[in-house]
Design a protein. Structure first.
Length: 250
């Protein structure tokens, strides 16, 4: 009988195997429902997944023409054409390689004149699309999801966030390797926005994520580890490689 425990953990021999399995899950979901609404992350972790999805598209195995996407977050005061923007990251790794109609690609506009209005617009767009069917997540080394940073209080809806120094450092590669050039603020889906997705898959690789993964699975719910709130959702899968599972093994 399939496990009813959530989060469900699957450990893969390496990150490529995890990416392949998740790509297969997404393409199977698309075959069952071509109008799938997908929530997408950025970061180094999903690059392999996007490569696999591009391969499915290139082989003509999967039709992305009716899918709708919503990305989790974007840097504030960074326009969609800025080379460091998450929008450009997605163009490079996925959108230029699979045929998703541009009007079905949803992104927070980091250069919007009125950020709170932009956040409200995004929430409405997600609701108008019928909600997110499958939300893919990475995890920051401090336990953030999207850009929901550890804090005494978490925000439920799409909002403006001040980034932690460690988060700016881990995003430095997008800004010429200079952490000081990474914007101090960003826009992010909120915790409730994420947790309202019908299913969620968290992807994590490498030893630097092992401690967070152990706490997400076994630790208490705490705003100091935003990903721990995934324990509240009934349909979460955590796909990890052996290194990220290091602390789960006895
Ligand atoms: C960024 C993103 C997160 C992502 C995290 C992990 O901060 N806002 O959504 O999960 O990076 O990045 P990486 O996959 O590079 O470890």
């Amino acid at each position: 009988m399939p496990s009813t425990r959530s989060p469900r953990i699957t450990v893969f021999p390496n990150d490529r195997a995890a990416a392949r399995a998740l790509a297969r899950r997404i393409t199977d979901a698309l075959a069952a429902n071509p109008r799938l609404v997908l929530g997408l992350p950025t970061g180094r972790t999903p690059v392999g997944l996007y490569h696999e999805l591009a391969a499915h598209a290139a082989h003509g195995h999967t039709d992305f023409s009716h899918v709708t996407t919503f990305n989790l977050d974007e840097f504030l005061n960074v326009g969609p054409d800025h080379p460091g923007s998450y929008r450009q990251f997605m163009e490079q790794h996925l959108f230029s390689r699979v045929k998703i109609p541009p009007e079905r690609i949803n992104f927070l506009n980091g250069s919007a004149a009125d950020p709170p209005a932009e956040c409200a617009r995004y929430e409405r767009a997600i609701a108008d699309a019928g909600g997110i069917d499958l939300q893919i997540l990475g995890i920051g080394t401090n336990g953030h999801i999207g850009f929901n940073e550890p804090a005494r209080q978490l925000q439920s809806r799409t909002h403006c966030v001040t980034l932690k120094p460690e988060t700016r450092r881990s995003n430095a590669a997008l800004f010429g390797g200079d952490a000081a050039a990474v914007p101090e603020k960003a826009l992010s889906m909120g915790m409730a926005t994420i947790l309202q997705a019908r299913s969620i898959v968290l992807l994590a690789n490498g030893r630097s994520k092992a401690s967070c993964i152990e706490r997400v699975v076994n630790g208490p719910l705490t705003t100091e580890l935003p990903a721990s709130f995934l324990q509240l959702h009934h349909g979460v899968d955590i796909l990890i490689d052996k290194s990220a599972a290091e602390r789960l093994e006895r």
